[in-house]
Every structure is written in structure tokens, then in C-alpha cells.
Design a protein around this ligand. Structure first.
Ligand SMILES: [Zn+2]
Length: 490
């Protein structure tokens, strides 16, 4: 049995595109893993199905109600400002590149990610397992890493922004900012198209020098290609990712030899769907002013923050005393926007305690709360009132099932229960995406973020390890416990 484990995350890989690339012979390593392992083609993502939320769920094994990373863009109530993790370069410019980089590289793992639950790196580090990670949004572990001082790009970065150490896995390679060893590998400051090659290069170095028991091997470029050229183009980027898997495994003598002492999990955080239209950000909702990126309050008018996460968005009523009064109008106006399918919010009792979730579409309204007569496919119990058709669900043999909106109640409840989420959450119709604060969207390309199946179902492969049996669909949250089990960590 293998004693080491690699978790490979291929960002935004669509199950159908993985299957096609393998069938066409474009991904021989993934083909071998599929052939020898167990394949799940419908692992359920988080909602919003965007990378920061999903990456936190993957490394913690928890939803955002516990890990507190609510979106690609969100409003930080305590600091009175937007947090932007890099929807696009132009969006980052609107908020300030320095601030966006600081939020993404430092704050996301430290100030924004809840201290509990622990990450898989922290749990394995505590157990003495040798951990390693290539550039991935989530890296928090128990080992201290100083920023790199070598190389021109690293010098520029280190002299201005990236001056602080971070806590990561035992071996950490993060763009050109952190590198626990000297290698010839360069990431060009994390530019798209170079990032997978950087992972392949440092991954091969770690295999060659036997530097890990557990490695998170991240291949992010597929997401960028699929955003720009559409999900069909993944056939190229999955093939390119496969080459970096081969490169990482090569020092062991190729894939077959590698699998003798390494188990491998391959997964995506979410999928992508083709985009045909963008929803512009509103400057105003009736009677309500939308706070701009520069965070200047308009005088004498109620304010909301509007936070797009591609195919999802969150609206925060800035004065929390006003949120019950303003919410109905926000829900009404949001549902009137062309392309918005769902608006959801939490109903609270007089003391502010959550009472039940509500989801509304043009077709009707659904109320739901944990605990009750009905079960969902993942075994959680619910009481519901109103129209389950709002999320394409129906009840069969006491089970709430929805093909169009996978694990709709569970995922929406996690989003609504997250203390950093907005007051009203939005999810788009098929083909629609919100523009980000830089005015960018991916019309003609691909995107993700919604509660819908087309971007919420991801592939998952287990090869060389027993993933255990489970009832109902897999979630991206189920992978961290499998990894902990593999190493016998409670
Ligand atoms: Zn993406």
C-alpha cells in the first residue's frame, strides 16, 4: 500500500471535459488514474462555487459557516471595506493592487480564515506528517516561511508588499514569494500559463528529493483558460495539466512506478459553464446607494455593499439596524435584474437569532430550517414550507432531491449561516454572470459561482486509497477527512 499521498486540485475542471480529454488520449496520466481508481463525476462544490470559498472548504473539510471565507469579493463589516481576492486585474486595480495582494496572500489565510477548523496541513503537521504545498490560495500550516529575497521579481515583491513571513506546510512553494528550498523553478509572479509549470517543476523537485508524505499539488491554469475561451477549451488546458502531473511523477520513474508508493486524489473545486450575458453592477437600488470600491459614503442615504462573485453576488446592508427594513426592496429589485435567478436571506427572530432560510425566484418562495421530517441526499434533516420548485427540487420517498441545484438547501444554509456573508445572496440563471467591480465578465467564455449544477459539480478521483463508502453525493468537504484517515490522524 502507498504510504504517501498527493492531492491534485485542477481548478474548474469540468467532469465532461476530463472525460473527453482522457477519451481523446490527451491526458494519459489522468487516464491511468481513472482506470485504476474510483471516479466520482458529481462531487458537489460550495456555494458560491468560486475558488476562495471552495479552497477553504477543501483544506478545512468544512463549509463557510465554519471557515468564514464567503466569496471572491465581500464586505468586511468590522473594517468597513470591501475585500477583493482578484476577480480580475481591473477589479484589483479598482480596490488597489497592494490591498488585493495583501488580502489574498496574507489576510485570507490569517485574518479571514477562521482559526478553527484547522486546515489539513495543520492537522498533519501536528501529527508529524511531512506536508508540502505548491501555490494554492489556502496554505495555512504550522511552519514559518520567510519571503524570498532572491531573483529580481522576488526582490521587487519583497521590498514592497511581501515582507512578512507566513505559516504554511513544512515545504511551501508559493508563486515566487515563498520557497522553502532553492530550486530552478520560477513562476513569473504567478502569471496565467506559467503557474501549472511552476507547480510541475517544484512538484518534481519534491518527488526527486523525497520531501513529503502529503503534498497539495495545485494546477490553476485550467480555470483561466476556461474563463477566457469557454469550457470546451479545457481539452487543451487539462492536457497541459496532465503534462505537469507527468513531470511531477517522472523522478519516481513514471506514473506506474509513482503509484507504487503514492496514493493520488485528483479533484476540481467547481466546474464552469458557458456565459452568454453579463449583469452590470447597479450603482443604485431604489432609495439605496451602492458603496463604491473607494468606500466613500454618500450623505444621508442608506448604503449597501454589492459584492459580485462571478455567478453569485452578496448584498450587505451597511447599517445592520436597517437590514430588516431594507431587505424586501433589495430582494425585489435584485430579482428584477435580468439574469438573476435566486435571492436568498436568513429570517431572524427579534433577538437576531437565525430562524429559517428563505429563497425566492420569480416562480415562488421557499422557507427552510434544519431539523424536520425530510432528509436530503447527504442525510441532513429539514423542515420546509413553500415551493421546493424554486431550487428545482421535489420530494421522493421522503428525500429532497434536485438535479438542477445540487445539495441546494445544505449549501444555501451554509452560505446564509456564515457570519461574513451578505444579507441577501444572489445566484444567476443559466448563461449569466455578474460583472466584477472592474467591469469584467466572461461573455463568450466560461464562468462559475452559482448554485446551479452546471458549475457546481466537479470530478473526484481516488487512486491507491480507500475512500470509504458513503451515502449520497460527495462534497468537496469530504476530501480532507479522507486524507486525515489515510494518515491515521483523528
Ligand atoms: Zn474561476
Amino acid at each position: 500500500m502507498p504510504s504517501k499521498l498527493v492531492l491534485c486540485v485542477i481548478d474548474a475542471m469540468a467532469p465532461a471535459m476530463l472525460e473527453r480529454t482522457v477519451a481523446d488520449g490527451g491526458a494519459p496520466v489522468l487516464g491511468t488514474l481513472l482506470e485504476r481508481g474510483e471516479y466520482i463525476g458529481d462531487c458537489v462544490s460550495a456555494f458560491p462555487s468560486v475558488t476562495p470559498v471552495c479552497a477553504a472548504s477543501i483544506v478545512t473539510g468544512a463549509g463557510q459557516e465554519q471557515h468564514h471565507i464567503p466569496g471572491m469579493n465581500w464586505y468586511h463589516r468590522q473594517e468597513g471595506r470591501y475585500v477583493e481576492y482578484g476577480s480580475s486585474f481591473r477589479s484589483a486595480q479598482r480596490f488597489g493592487i497592494a490591498r488585493q495582494l495583501t488580502d489574498t496572500v496574507y489576510n485570507m489565510n490569517r485574518a479571514h480564515l477562521a482559526s478553527k477548523p484547522e486546515t489539513i496541513f495543520e492537522r498533519l503537521d501536528d501529527a508529524g506528517v511531512r506536508t508540502a504545498g505548491t501555490t494554492y490560495l489556502m496554505y495555512r500550516g504550522r511552519y514559518r516561511h520567510e519571503p524570498q529575497r532572491e531573483g529580481t521579481l522576488a526582490k521587487i515583491a519583497a521590498s514592497t508588499l511581501m515582507r512578512h513571513p507566513v505559516m504554511g506546510p513544512r515545504e511551501l512553494f508559493y508563486a515566487d514569494v515563498f520557497a522553502s528550498r532553492r530550486t530552478p523553478c520560477r513562476s513569473g509572479l504567478g502569471m496565467p500559463g506559467v503557474r501549472d509549470r511552476h507547480s510541475g517543476c517544484v512538484g518534481a523537485h519534491m518527488v526527486e528529493h523525497d520531501l513529503f508524505d502529503f503534498m497539495l499539488f495545485s494546477l490553476p491554469d485550467n480555470d483561466w483558460v476556461s474563463h477566457k475561451y469557454g469550457p470546451e477549451a479545457q481539452i487543451r488546458s487539462i492536457a497541459a495539466a496532465d503534462q505537469q502531473l507527468a513531470r511531477m511523477m517522472a523522478p519516481a520513474g513514471g506514473v506506474e512506478r509513482f503509484l507504487e508508493d503514492h496514493a493520488v486524489i485528483v479533484m476540481a473545486d467547481h466546474s464552469q459553464a458557458p456565459m452568454s450575458a453579463a449583469i452590470p453592477l447597479p450603482a443604485e437600488l431604489p432609495g439605496v446607494h451602492v458603496l463604491g470600491p473607494d468606500a466613500r459614503a454618500a450623505e444621508g442615504r442608506p448604503l449597501v455593499a454589492f459584492c459580485p462573485s462571478q455567478r453569485a453576488a452578496m448584498v450587505y446592508v451597511i447599517d445592520e439596524e436597517e437590514r430588516d427594513a431594507l431587505r424586501p426592496a433589495i430582494v425585489r429589485e435584485a430579482l428584477a435584474m435580468d439574469g438573476v435567478e435566486l435571492a436568498a436571506w436568513m429570517e431572524r427572530d427579534a433577538g437576531g437569532a437565525p430562524r429559517e432560510g428563505a429563497i425566492r425566484s420569480a416562480a415562488g418562495e421557499l422557507r427552510f430550517a434544519a431539523g424536520g421530517e425530510l432528509l436530503d441526499a447527504r442525510g441532513r434533516s429539514w423542515s420546509v414550507e413553500g415551493d421546493l420548485g424554486v431550487v428545482g427540487a421535489s420530494v421522493r420517498d421522503g428525500l429532497i432531491l434536485s438535479e438542477s441545484h445540487p445539495d441546494a438547501l445544505g449549501r444555501m444554509m451554509e452560505a446564509l449561516s456564515c457570519p461574513t456573508s451578505g444579507d441577501v445572496l444572489l445566484s444567476t440563471m443559466e448563461g449569466y454572470e455578474f460583472s466584477d467591480w472592474g467591469g469584467q465578465a466572461h461573455v463568450g467564455g466560461g464562468s462559475h459561482g452559482s448554485l446551479r449544477a452546471e458549475d457546481s459539480l466537479a470530478p473526484l478521483i481516488f487512486c491507491g486509497l480507500d475512500a470509504g463508502s458513503r451515502q449520497g453525493p460527495w462534497s468537496i468537504k469530504d476530501v480532507a477527512p479522507v486524507i486525515a484517515d489515510f494518515f491515521g490522524v483523528a
